[in-house]
Ligand binder design. Structure first.
Ligand SMILES: [Zn+2]
Length: 447
């Protein structure tokens, strides 16, 4: 049997195992779900990887009390390269259970896809690792290491663990399986992530509320001032316009078709997309500012009074090539510069996360491109992701020579983090074949 046939023959095991894992409500928040659920998921993962040769699989305690499964599987060749396999077993809460068409914690097939919380993010990727290793059997030509963390969706405690335990997870290539393809059957790796920082801006103009009839017209209105300031953050086309932040970069990899994006984002008919660039430029290569919240009187309960002070929380995403701290500084300087009427402006900058850009010239990228092409029958493309994965920066800092590959079964139809999350089993099979082929080809390129 060749590898493709071996993976196909293993898929009968994938569904019941994924169903077991999805049935464990491993939301890493003891206020919402009992911590025993995460403990059961950790045990499940530990046992499963012990079954594919990680004889030292064990639990490592993180600072937040969560447990990561770690382990290793040495290869007889002492000169073999080392590959770290990453995934996480915790999941997002189901959110609005009434919005689910199937029970969130019971893996259910509808139209060829398997629905359930975590079916794709990230339990489907755990099954990818297991199936790849089962398909290879004893013929794994590299040293393997493993980390499957248990609080990725909440505290991200592994980020704090890695620097102090660098040798435990040190590797030449790291497969971060918590991402996805362009579409089912269209293979991709994610090579660029935007950085993120939140800024809270406070505006103050008056000692207290004033009667809008007696004083309105001459008294400075803090809420009007805040709205005027926020309105300068985009131009009429929707481009983010903060002096000092380049908003003209162009994404060099695969495009993100506008029609696909409209569908993925649920943009209403007649409403246009923002910006002068193509979608990929706007979401992967350019800064974006989003107003997350405004503190001001709510409609119900509001009085005929001028608002003396108001605040807004802003979220700024910045592409690789820009320091997140510098970008936050530029945003605050701009808000101060455009504040009208001499109103008082104060700003707080919350903890920034850096952008990430993969180095794609090494043997691991060569091997993954060849493996994806063979597994899918189509060339691999390189995607960006508008979001942020701080762990990628932590790995890149701890292992500057390692090649990081971000991939997985979470294509757009998977609706990760939303109700009705699902996975396409064809993606699990194709990604498992990709991973098995990658391990073979990478070992061959390195020897
Ligand atoms: Zn995830």
């Amino acid at each position: 049997m060749d590898l493709r046939e071996r993976v196909a023959s293993l898929m009968g095991r994938v569904r019941p195992e994924l169903a077991e894992l999805v049935a464990i409500r491993s939301v890493a928040d003891p206020r919402q779900y009992p911590p025993e659920e995460c403990a059961r998921a950790a045990q499940w993962v530990m046992d499963a990887f012990a079954g594919v040769g990680f004889s030292d699989a064990r639990l490592a305690e993180m600072a937040d009390g969560s447990q990561a499964v770690v382990g290793s599987r040495p290869c007889p060749d002492p000169d073999a390269a080392t590959v770290l396999l990453y995934a996480h077993y915790d999941v997002q809460p189901p959110l609005d259970e009434a919005a689910w068409r199937t029970p969130p914690f019971a893996l259910t097939e509808v139209g060829g896809r398997w629905f359930g919380r975590g079916a794709a993010d990230c339990k489907g990727n755990i099954l990818v690792h297991l199936t790849a290793l089962r398909a290879l059997g004893d013929a794994v030509p590299v040293n393997l290491k493993l980390v499957v963390e248990g609080s990725e969706e909440t505290t991200g405690a592994l980020e704090g663990f890695v620097p102090g335990h660098a040798d435990l997870l040190r590797a030449d290539a790291i497969l971060v399986c918590d991402s996805g393809n362009v579409a089912v059957g269209h293979p991709a790796v994610t090579v660029s992530l935007r950085g993120v920082v939140d800024v809270i801006v406070h505006v103050e103009a008056l000692v207290s509320e004033l009667h809008s009839g007696l004083f309105g017209g001459a008294a400075p209105d803090a809420l009007a001032a805040l709205i005027a300031m926020l309105a300068t953050l985009r131009d009429a086309r929707g481009n983010t316009t903060i002096p000092g932040l380049d908003n003209s970069q162009v994404w060099p990899g695969a495009s993100y078709p506008a029609e696909t994006f409209r569908m993925d984002a649920g943009v209403l008919d007649g409403v246009s997309l923002l910006g002068d660039g193509a979608v990929a430029d706007m979401v992967w290569s350019r800064p974006a500012v989003t107003i997350l919240g405004i503190d001001c009187p709510p409609v119900i309960g509001s009085a005929a009074a001028i608002t003396p002070r108001a605040s807004a929380r802003l979220n700024l995403r910045v592409p690789p090539g820009t320091q997140t701290g510098d970008a936050a500084g530029a945003l605050v300087a701009h808000l101060r510069a455009v504040a009208p009427w001499g109103v008082r402006v104060q700003a707080e900058i919350e903890a920034p996360g850096s952008p990430y850009l993969a180095r794609t010239g090494g043997p691991a990228y060569q091997a993954i491109a060849a493996a994806m092409h063979e597994a899918y029958g189509r060339p691999m493309v390189m995607l960006g992701d508008g979001g942020s994965i701080p762990l990628c920066n932590v790995f890149a800092d701890a292992y500057p020579d390692a090649e990081l590959i971000l991939m997985g079964v979470e294509e757009p139809l998977a609706l990760i983090h939303a109700p009705n999350e699902s996975v396409d089993p064809k993606e699990i099979a194709a990604m498992a074949l990709t991973e098995a082929l990658f391990l073979q080809r990478y070992a061959a390129l390195r020897s």
